[in-house]
Write a new protein. Structure first.
Lengths: 285, 327
């Protein structure tokens, strides 16, 4: 049972990483990034391939994560430019369709290049025993990577001027603009951050199990689910919801099987959307 | 964007053009040589109806349902399972399937409209529903056969004796999509269609002038879902199987592509969109997985520079010809 809980926490941390990026991008860009799962996969494939080619593991991970960040920035600077000129429902719709198209395009290329392959990042350390439980060290490293990056993100948002600017925009874009914050630059920064966070989720997943190149839409949906439960504009909410759903998912799949667990999770999400659309843990950023 | 603004000629919404197009579609099979081409044509006919359904749900009523594949899949699987397990008459199972998908679609619409969900939340709820459907199909392996799909009994198509199986099934499906087109045409010129238009431009004002917003929105989705359901069941019987590969999120993307390519609100739009996209799909079959990339890229390009759809180009050309004649 403890193993199940630990698995749940690990998965929850990955979910939190996934959702945090989505929340940041949605809060600042006003775009619900349906290509978010593809960022995860890009990193997973890059890091997995480089490390299996014998490249130093830190270098391969960094390359993968940076690539996801660059993908985020590229998306912001090119594809999504026209979206920011729109407003209201149209902004949301155009953003959704554009990122959906991008996701399909990336999915197609990946499925073409790597049919049926899974990528994992292997760490050359032996299994550790801890309080009588055996751990795969790579899973522990994955958890550590996730915790550290989430803490760094929170620290950045809370204690730096740029972080405060981001939170200001999340709360009120016009107000932030009036205070002299350059929303365009901050938005690009946030796409970089969002991409990096998604990339780190990919690293965590590659370390603890393996990245399935065909799972883009599934990962995006997971991120959506978590961010909805956490309250779509709250970073804290996303982290707590990620952990909670990770644990619930692990326990329920242990008890009733994976398919049913996912279905239960999805039903919970629909319930949250219907009865508490602001999310369970919504708080100001 | 996506406003119905068609000055001058209204070629794309003329009922005569619609009639001519369907007559052409009915004649084409006599020019075709091999069964493969007829098959492509049949799939075009099914997707024409699907795109009309999307045009009612999203185009007219502005509800972003990302679960059209699941709604039509529910009907397909319901009718397949009922005819296999209970041995019911396939046509009866089609009716039951339609009832199921209509009920599910209306329920989804009712909860989202009555809770006042914004477009994003409707998208999330329906996307979650699509995943629930997929996982249920994959999880209930003993009934649905999982990924391999469910082989369904053969359906007796009317006029089978006269035309032979292949052609009869094509004509039945074409008749179904022609009726759907007629329904759509009548809808947008009816009081109901006007009410939807009013809700679309401002739902609060619509409510104020006495339009029951919830009722109209839900009825629009119910109509769309029953079209999707019938198409799904017919598709399954036509293919001889119901498989999760067909009723997957890719189907939603395909339908939206057809809708956007053809243009919103134009009665001829879904036909143009379905013909173009299915033909492209068949021509690019050799690309394998890259077809998906192609479609994704196409969606991006269409949304960025081409939001009014092909149907509007016909109108522009017609308007141009019209005015150049007069001067």
């Amino acid at each position: 049972m403890i193993e199940v809980l630990i698995d749940g926490i690990l998965f929850g941390l990955q979910l939190a990483l996934l959702a945090v990026g989505l929340v940041l991008i949605f809060g600042l860009g006003g775009v619900l990034n349906l290509a978010h799962g593809e960022f995860v996969i890009i990193t997973g494939i890059t890091a997995g391939m480089l490390s299996s080619l014998g490249v130093n593991i830190l270098i391969s991970i960094t390359t993968g994560v940076l690539l996801a960040g660059v993908a985020g920035v590229a998306m912001d600077r090119t594809l999504l430019r026209p979206v920011y000129k729109l407003s209201g429902e149209m902004e949301i719709l155009v953003g959704l369709f554009l990122t959906l198209g991008l996701a399909a395009a990336i999915d197609g290329v990946i499925a073409y290049l790597f049919p049926g392959l899974h990528f994992s990042i292997n760490v050359p350390v032996e299994a550790i025993s801890f309080f009588g439980l055996a751990f795969r060290p790579s899973s522990l490293i994955a958890g550590l990577v996730a915790v550290i990056s989430l803490l760094l993100l929170l620290f950045f948002l809370r204690n730096t001027t740029t972080g405060k600017a981001i939170r200001a925009i999340l709360q009120n874009q016009t107000g932030a603009r009036l205070c002299g914050i350059n929303v365009d630059n901050i938005r690009t920064l946030v796409f970089l951050l969002g991409g990096i966070m998604a990339g780190l989720a990919g690293v965590a997943q590659g370390l603890s199990s393996s990245v399935d190149p065909g799972a883009g839409l599934e990962l995006t949906s997971l991120a959506l689910i978590v961010s909805v439960v956490g309250g779509v504009r709250s970073v804290y909410g996303a982290i707590i919801a990620g952990l909670l759903l990770g644990i619930v998912n692990a326990v329920v799949s242990y008890l009733v099987g994976t398919y049913l667990a996912l279905i239960i999770l999805l039903v919970v999400v629909i319930g949250v959307v219907l009865f508490k659309p602001s999310g369970l843990f919504a708080r100001s950023v | 964007m996506w406003k119905l603004k068609r000055p001058g000629s209204r070629l794309s919404s003329s009922p005569v053009v619609l009639l001519i197009v369907f007559v052409i579609l009915a004649i084409i099979p006599s020019l075709l040589k091999n069964p493969y081409q007829l098959r492509v044509l049949t799939i075009i006919a099914i997707f024409i109806a699907f795109t009309y359904a999307a045009n009612i749900i999203f185009g007219e009523s502005r509800q972003l349902f990302l679960c059209m594949s699941a709604i039509s899949g529910i009907a397909a699987y319901t009718s397949a399972i009922l005819s296999i397990e209970l041995g019911l008459n396939p046509w009866l199972t089609i009716l039951i399937g339609i009832a199921f998908s209509t009920a599910v679609g209306s329920l989804l619409s009712y909860v989202s409209v009555s809770r006042g969900l914004g477009v994003i939340f409707v998208a999330i709820v329906t996307l979650a529903f699509t995943l629930i459907f997929e996982n249920t199909i994959l999880g209930l392996r003993s009934i649905t056969m999982g990924e391999t799909g469910l082989v369904v009994p053969t359906l007796w198509w009317p006029l089978e004796g006269l035309f032979g199986r292949r052609l009869a099934s094509y004509y039945v499906i074409l008749a179904y999509s022609a009726i759907v087109a007629l329904i759509y045409f009548m809808l947008i010129h009816s009081k109901f269609g006007m009410a939807l238009k009013a809700i679309r431009s401002d739902n609060v004002s619509a409510e104020v002038i006495g339009i029951d917003v919830t009722k109209h929105q839900v009825m629009a989705v119910a109509l769309g879902s029953s079209i999707l359901g019938m198409g799904g069941s017919l598709y399954a019987y036509y293919q001889g199987m119901a498989s999760p590969g067909v009723f997957s999120p890719l189907m939603d993307i395909t339908i939206f592509l057809m809708l956007i390519l053809g243009g919103f609100g134009a009665p001829i739009g879904p036909i143009v969109g379905a013909v173009f996209i299915i033909l492209i799909q068949e021509l690019t079959r050799g690309l394998g997985q890259l077809t998906m990339t192609f479609f994704g890229g196409l969606l991006v390009v269409l949304i960025l520079i081409f939001r009014e759809g092909i149907a509007s180009i016909f109108d522009k050309v017609a308007t141009y010809v019209y005015y150049s004649k007069r001067s």
